[in-house]
Design a protein around this ligand. Structure first.
Ligand SMILES: CC(C)(COP(=O)(O)OP(=O)(O)OC[C@H]1O[C@@H](n2cnc3c(N)ncnc32)[C@H](O)[C@@H]1OP(=O)(O)O)[C@@H](O)C(=O)NCCC(=O)NCCS
Length: 218
């Protein structure tokens, strides 16, 4: 299936928030992606499924009279899109997953990487991680760090595949169930040996999934 990765835009926020909610239902407070996009340290990207588009925004076809009509008018008055019109300036591109990191000095810290449930196990998480690594190298980060739940062996496998190693454990890091967080890092990401390893994995990924990898587009 054709996919491309590009930087996240305001009009992706609604879809990214849905994906976030699906992957991390207990995350509270939820991440405010409007703030994240304004944060100069934050870099977010989305994987777009080129074979699909989002549905058109709902058309409100409700009676204008009586209590139902009144409630509908009040709901419209306080509609999210009324206050954040730029987020509903719909790009109808369909977002299958997203990833983001914060860059501080020479460290890129992964804040999120998530794929819609229906799109998992098809190489998209890996596509996003490759794009994230490429962008971190381009921004001259020296290392990438992240925390991942002890129980999240799927994500740990993905990170290990790309050279991340466990460097510590944060006891009770996750506030919802006090689960430990495994701290992982990939060091010296600008080094020729690391880049060569990623290049090999990229080729294997492209061969397996038939996705053409290119630079993260703006
Ligand atoms: C983690 C996540 C992003 C992986 O995305 P994905 O698109 O399903 O992963 P991919 O198909 O690209 O698989 C890439 C690698 O992940 C690992 N992986 C994926 N599915 C796996 C599974 N069911 N069991 C074990 N490892 C698995 C493997 O290392 C795999 O490489 P391989 O194909 O060579 O074995 C996805 O499961 C997700 O969104 N999870 C919820 C959010 C989350 O936990 N994010 C991480 C927070 S730190």
């Amino acid at each position: 299936m054709p996919y491309h990765v590009r930087l996240m835009r305001r009009e992706d926020i609604a879809q990214v928030t849905d994906i976030d909610r699906e992957a991390f239902p207990s995350l509270w407070p939820p991440t405010n992606y409007r703030h994240e996009l304004e944060n100069r340290m934050a870099h977010y990207m989305v994987a777009v499924d080129e074979s699909k588009t989002t549905e058109a925004p709902p058309v409100y076809n409700v009676p204008e009279k009586g209590l139902t009509g009144l409630l509908a008018r009040i709901r419209r008055l306080f509609n999210h899109h009324r206050f954040f019109p730029e987020e509903s300036a719909v790009s109808n591109e369909y977002v299958a997953g997203f990833a983001g990191f914060w860059i501080m000095a020479e460290e890129a810290h992964v804040v999120s990487i998530s794929v819609r449930e229906a799109y998992r196990h098809q190489g998209i998480g890996e596509l996003l991680l490759i794009s994230l690594i490429d962008l971190a190298i381009e921004l001259e980060a020296r290392l990438i760090t992240l925390e991942v739940r002890v129980s999240n062996t799927i994500a740990q496998n993905l990170y290990r595949k790309y050279g991340f190693v466990q460097v510590g454990v944060r006891r009770g890091y996750y506030t919802d169930n006090k689960e430990d967080g495994v701290l992982m890092t990939a060091d010296n990401i600008g080094a020729a040996s690391f880049r060569a390893q990623v290049e090999q994995l990229k080729k294997a990924h492209a061969k397996k999934w038939g996705m053409v990898l290119s630079r993260v587009s703006r």
